[in-house]
Design a protein around this ligand. Structure first.
Ligand SMILES: [Zn+2]
Length: 309
C-alpha cells in the first residue's frame, strides 16, 4: 500500500532529522575530518596523520559498489551475461549496464545479483549502505483516512493487490533512451523516503515524490509508455499507471481528471492527466511513484540515471 498525502504545512512545516542514527552522524564527522585533513596531512609528518587510520576510511568511502535503500544500483555486467536477476526478479537493461531498483526496506549490508554466463550460474555482490531519510508529522482531519472501517480495508487490500501486480510487470521492450522528464513543474512538497506519521501513527515511508501545483495543471508522461491502469482508488484517488518497459513503471495519483485510457500508448511529454486533490490528500498535488523491478525507487535518482550522456 502506498501511503502518501501532501504534507499538512499548516500543522507541521518542520523536517526533522531525528531518524538519523548517531553512528551516521559520527561517520560523517569522521569522513569530513579525514577529507579536511587530507590536504594538510600531505605536508605533515607520517606520525601526525597515523591516528586517522586512513586505510579503513578510504575503503568505507569507496562507493563504486554501494547503493542506498530506495536507490538504484547501476552495474556493468560482463559481456554475454544473461538472465540477470535481483531477488529472483529480472532487472532493467539500459545501454551497456543494468539498473536495479532497491526496496526502501532492503536490509543494510551485502546484496546479490544472479546471472548466467556461458551457461554457468554466477553472482555479483554489492553493499547497501544507510541513508538518513527525513521524517514528517501530518495531521489529517478525516479519521477514516487514518483508520478505515472493515469494508474500506477490504477495498484497500484489493486495490493494493492490483497495484502490486502492475508493478511486477516486466515487458521486454527497449528502455527509454530519450531521458526521463519530471512530469510536472512545481514545488516539491514531499521527498521520496520520508518517514511519515499520520496523527501520530507511523506509516510506511513515502513511496513517491509529491509535486504541488494548482488543480488542473497538466501532467506529462516522463517517457513513452503504455497506460496499464486508469482508476479511482481509495488512498490514491484518480490514478494512472504507465509501463515504460523493462520493469520501469510509473504511477500518478490524486488527479482531478485522466486524459488517457487503459491500453493506450503515450509519447514522451504527452499530457496524460490533470492535477487534483482526490484520495487521501490535504491539498492539490501530484504524487508520482517510480518503480523498478517491482520496488518503489527515488524518482529523482531515476531521472538522473536515465539522462542521456
Ligand atoms: Zn505522496
Amino acid at each position: 500500500m502506498d501511503d502518501h498525502a501532501k504534507g499538512a504545512m499548516h500543522t507541521n512545516t518542520g523536517i526533522h532529522m531525528r531518524g538519523m542514527p548517531l553512528a551516521s552522524l559520527l561517520f560523517g564527522l569522521v569522513v569530513g575530518l579525514f577529507v579536511g585533513l587530507l590536504g594538510w596531512s600531505l605536508t605533515a609528518t607520517a606520525s601526525e596523520a597515523a591516528s586517522l587510520n586512513d586505510g579503513d576510511l578510504v575503503q568505507s568511502i569507496n562507493t563504486k559498489h554501494t547503493v542506498v535503500p530506495g536507490g538504484i544500483y547501476r552495474w556493468t555486467p560482463p559481456a554475454g551475461a544473461t538472465d540477470i536477476r535481483f531477488n529472483d526478479r529480472p532487472v532493467m537493461r539500459f545501454q551497456d549496464r543494468i539498473l536495479v531498483g532497491i526496496p526502501l526496506n532492503q536490509p543494510l549490508g551485502s546484496a546479490k545479483l544472479t546471472y548466467l554466463l556461458s551457461g554457468q550460474a554466477s553472482s555479483h555482490s554489492f553493499s547497501v549502505v544507510d541513508k538518513a531519510y527525513t521524517e514528517q508529522h501530518i495531521t489529517l482531519q478525516n479519521r477514516e483516512m487514518v483508520n478505515p472501517n472493515p469494508e474500506q480495508l477490504a477495498r484497500i487490500r484489493e486495490e493494493s493487490r492490483r497495484q502490486r501486480a502492475l508493478y511486477l510487470q516486466h515487458s521486454d521492450v527497449p528502455p527509454p533512451t530519450t531521458g526521463f522528464i519530471q512530469p510536472l513543474q512545481g514545488r516539491i512538497s514531499s521527498l521520496f523516503g520520508h518517514r511519515r506519521f499520520f496523527n501520530g501513527q507511523a506509516r510506511n515511508p513515502h513511496s513517491g515524490l509529491d509535486i504541488a501545483a494548482p488543480t488542473g495543471s497538466e501532467i506529462s508522461a516522463p517517457a513513452a509508455g503504455e497506460v496499464t491502469l486508469v482508476d479511482d482508488l481509495y488512498y490514491n484517488g484518480k490514478t494512472i499507471f504507465l509501463d515504460h518497459g523493462q520493469g520501469l513503471i510509473t504511477m500518478y495519483c490524486h488527479l482531478s481528471e485522466s486524459l488517457v485510457t487503459q491500453g493506450e500508448r503515450v509519447t514522451q511529454g504527452e499530457v496524460i492527466g490533470l492535477v487534483g486533490a482526490t484520495g487521501r490528500v490535504t491539498g492539490p498535488h501530484l504524487h508520482w511513484s517510480v518503480s523498478l523491478n517491482g520496488y518503489r525507487v527515488d524518482p529523482q535518482s531515476m531521472m538522473a540515471e536515465l539522462t542521456p550522456e
